[in-house]
Design a protein around this ligand. Sequence first.
Ligand code: SF4
Ligand code: MG
Length: 333
Amino acid sequence: REKLLEIKDLKKHFKLDRKNVLKAVDGITFDIYKGETFGLVGESGCGKSTAGRAIMRLYSATEGKIEFGGEDVHQAKSKKMLKEFNRSMQMIFQDPYASLNPRMTIKDIIAEGIDIHALIQSPKERTARINQLLEIVGLNKDHGNRYPHEFSGGQRQRIGIARALAVSPEFIVADEPISALDVSIQAQVVNLLKRLQREHGLTYLFIAHDLSMVKHISDRVGVMYLGKMAEIAKSDELYHEPLHPYTQALISAIPIANPRIERSRERIILEGDVPSPVNPPSGCSFRTRCPLAMDVCAKVEPTWQEYKEEHWVACHVYDENYNAEHKARENQK
Ligand code: SF4
Ligand code: MG
C-alpha cells in the first residue's frame, strides 16, 4: 500500500498568555494510505479538528512534519507545488452553512476553486462542469442560481462536497461532516461520500466524535485523547480487540444492535472529566481516568508502539518494561 500522508510527531500548541500554552495536538504520528478512509475520533477538545486543520495548512505546525506524496506541506518548494497542495487537498466542514458564503450563488461557490486554479477557461465549459458537479452530488442545475439559505442542512453539505470535488482533489479532510445533520440525512451523505471515493479514488480523513459513526465508514481508525494518539488499528480489529483502556471504554459505550446475537460487553464507565490540555497530567495523560492506571503511569509517558501488525497503542500495559506491575496485580485477582 502506498502512503499518501505521513504525519510525524505533529504538535500544535496555542499560546494563551505569557504563562499558559494549550497543547491542542501534542505529538501524533501516523500515516494515511492512498484510497483509504482514516477515521479520527475522540471527545471534543481532544485535538482531532486541530490535527485536521494543521494537515490542511489552515494552521502552521508548532513542531513535527506533514508530508503529502513525500513533500512537506508546510515547506512547499515552489509556488507551483503550493498550488498543487491547495488543489489536491480539500476540506468539508461540520457546519456547511458557516462555510458557504451567504451572498454567493451556489454555482459561484462550487466554481470558486475552478476559478482560482484556472482549471477551465470558457464560460460554457464552466457551466457544464458546475451542472455536472451538482448532478454528481444529487442536486440539479436549477439549484445553481440560488443562495445557501434556500437549502436544507443535507443539501448544503452536498454543496460543500461539490465545491471540494470541483478541483479534482486526491485527499479530503471531512471534519464531522454529518454531526450537524438529521439522523435520516446522515446515511445519505455518508453513502454519497463513499460513492465519490470509489468513483474518484479519493482518500479521506474522516473526523468524528463518535466511534459508532466512523465504524462503518473507516478502513482504519485512530483514537485521540488530550492531544495524543491513544490507539490506531484497522476498523474491525479496533472494535473487536481494542487495546487501550480509553478505546475499550468508548467501545463498551456503543449500544449493541442485537443483544441476542452479540455477546454482551460490560460497560466501562470512566470516572471524572477530561483534564485541561493546558495542564495535562504527567506521564500518561489518560491516567486520571484510567481503570488500569499503575504507579509508573504518573511518571513515564507510554511510548507509541506497533504492538501487533498495524495495531498501534500508547499504554504501559503493552510495554515490556513496565507491565510487570500490571501483571502482578492481575495475578492477585
Ligand atoms: Fe492507563 Fe497507564 Fe495505560 Fe495510561 S499507560 S492508559 S494510565 S494503564
Ligand atoms: Mg471539532
